[in-house]
Design a protein around this ligand. Structure first.
Ligand code: GNR
Ligand code: NI
Length: 175
């Protein structure tokens, strides 16, 4: 297992509609393990493959609290097969937009169908933070960031700050 570098916005890879996984092999399982390690190290409650530069329909989630056992979830080719009319608003963050937050309104409950790391089809009902997190991660697989759900004014302000932060990161890496 190893951690991978997290891609910061704006970046083309974060705007890409990712490709379904056709064969769940050792490479895919390695990527999922590395994504979990990267997510826990960050720390975050979810991570999608484009955030480590891979345009594959893979995501990981763990919404367990620090004082609980980890509950890692590895998700391949997810589809939202049902979403509630009831909506929920959460203050969202994103590891690709570090330090920035915004209120996003989404369906409060969703049913997600996906493949697990053995290739078995799974169906999961989610509400609360898990429902929000799964929708945030599935958005990533479609090239969508939480800032695409907020006002253009706030989005552009955040992206402008991210361009500066990325330049600083590059300078720091070169030093
Ligand atoms: O760590 C994360 N926290 C979070 C908080 C509210 C709504 C969504 C999230 S997901 C985010 C990690 C991340 O960027 N996943 O793509
Ligand atoms: Ni994110």
């Amino acid at each position: 297992m190893s951690t991978r570098d997290i891609v910061w916005a704006p970046d083309r890879v974060l705007k890409t509609n990712c490709t379904p996984v056709t064969e769940i092999d050792g490479d895919i399982r390695q990527i999922l393990d590395d994504m979990l390690e990267t997510m826990y190290a960050a720390p975050g409650i979810g991570l999608a493959a484009p955030q480590i530069g891979l345009t594959k329909r893979l995501l990981v989630v763990d919404i367990s609290r620090d004082d609980e056992e980890n509950r890692p979830l590895k998700v391949i080719n997810p589809e939202i097969v049902w979403s509630s009319e009831e909506l929920n608003t959460y203050e969202e963050g994103c590891l690709s937009l570090p330090g920035h937050y915004g209120e996003v309104t989404r369906p409060a409950q969703v049913t997600v169908q996906f493949l697990d790391e053995t290739g078995a089809e799974q169906r999961m009902d989610a509400d609360g933070l898990l429902a929000t997190c799964l929708q945030h991660e599935i958005d990533h697989l479609n090239g969508v960031l939480f800032v695409d759900h907020i006002s253009a004014l706030k989005r552009n302000m955040i992206l402008k700050k991210m361009i500066k932060a990325k330049k600083q990161r590059e300078e720091d890496e070169a030093a």
